[in-house]
Design a protein around this ligand. Structure first.
Ligand code: PMP
Length: 348
């Protein structure tokens, strides 16, 4: 069965909005087709709705073809679009690992799609058989996240492949943190799996969270469906122009990643020696999940000192856990000093 046959019939039949820039995208002497203001160059003009120039550059960077790329307002945009393409409100469900990134469930909720969460193992690993056992005839999409948020670890790729092969519908693998992982990406294997959709983002390793630029990689038919339902001008000219410039600075990104990986190891070791820290989980991302003696209390005491981490202790399998982003060497040192100080002053 073709993957597009998993899409909702109304999406397959939808006649998309055709913008002025869709109908004419070349150069011209006079543009009088989009009701723009003729002054205030270059911001008076609508951006390219399909971000052709930027996609060309992203394709080079990712060693893939522009026809396999969707660019969105962060990777949060494709998460929502994919759920809307494949899941009928009030009828279908989504299967995800637990714990994982919260936006899959939020986007599902907005679209009235039920979520079945399948707990990871005690060491936060994926068991494909267990996940697939949660699939039922109303399941229309599976979300995996590797490296996973908030646990930080990459999922075993052989188990992910079992899920991709075991479920004929769309399987999304969210690789927002892949640049920090030595365990590799599934993107080079996209052509092997017609039902695989890989998400990546420029928000993390590339340091562009404020620009809002995320990527989805999938078979061209799926990219076409995403383009069909997105807002016509989902990426502003400012984002497209700035990203085009910043993508030329790959060496700087590599340097940041290198530094953050060194810092991650140093921070993990330093955290392990703090008395109120009980466990530092291995990480393939730019953050560490850390179990402490009293997460809520320590979160509050850090906040009092102007240090903000994320209290994840209310999440399944994350009892008493804080999620700590790796910062600059100076920031990491401030955190460690504060935690030692807290451990000294508080009876844990
Ligand atoms: N996926 C995961 C796993 C994330 O942690 C995040 C951000 N926290 C996102 C996607 C969304 O990132 P963005 O929308 O900035 O691309």
């Amino acid at each position: 069965m073709e993957l597009t046959q998993w899409a909702r019939p109304n999406i397959l039949q939808l006649k998309p909005y055709s913008s002025a820039r869709d109908e004419y995208s070349g150069e011209a002497m006079v543009f009088l087709d989009a009701n723009e203001n003729p002054w205030n160059q270059p911001w008076n003009r609508y951006p390219d709705p399909l971000q052709r120039e930027l996609k060309k550059k992203v394709a080079q960077l990712k060693e893939t073809d522009p026809s396999l790329i969707f660019l969105g307002n962060g990777s949060d945009e494709p998460i929502d679009l994919l759920i809307r393409i494949f899941c009928e409100p009030g009828q279908h469900n989504l299967v995800q690992i637990e714990p994982t990134y919260g936006m899959y469930a939020v986007a599902a909720g907005v679209n009235h799609i039920a979520v079945t969460g399948v707990p990871l193992s005690g060491d936060y690993q994926l068991d494909a058989r267990r996940l697939l056992a949660a699939v039922n005839p109303a399941t229309r999409i599976i979300f995996l996240c590797s490296p996973n948020n908030p646990t930080g670890n990459a999922l075993d790729s052989a188990e992910m492949v079992k899920v991709i092969l075991g479920f004929p519908g769309p399987v999304v693998v969210d690789e927002a943190y892949v640049d920090f992982s030595r365990k590799g990406s599934l993107l080079p294997r996209l052509s092997e799996f017609p039902n695989l959709i890989v998400l990546q983002t420029f928000s993390k390793a590339w340091g562009m969270a404020g620009l809002r630029l995320g990527m989805a990689f999938a078979a061209p038919e799926i990219i076409t469906l995403m383009n069909r339902i997105k807002y016509p001008y989902n990426l502003s000219s400012l984002t497209q122009r700035t990203a085009l410039e910043l993508l030329d600075t790959e060496a700087r990104k590599e340097e940041w990643v290198h530094t953050l990986l060194t810092e991650r190891e140093g921070l993990a070791a330093a955290l392990a020696s703090v008395p109120c820290v009980e466990k530092v989980w291995p990480s393939d991302a730019n953050f560490l999940l850390v179990r402490v003696s009293d997460a809520r209390k320590i979160y509050g005491l850090l906040t009092d000192r102007g240090i903000i981490v994320r209290d994840r202790s209310r999440i399944l399998l994350c009892d008493e856990s804080l999620r700590i982003t790796v910062g600059t060497p100076g920031e990491n040192e401030i955190l460690i000093r504060a935690l030692h100080d807290i451990s000294r002053n508080e009876p844990f």
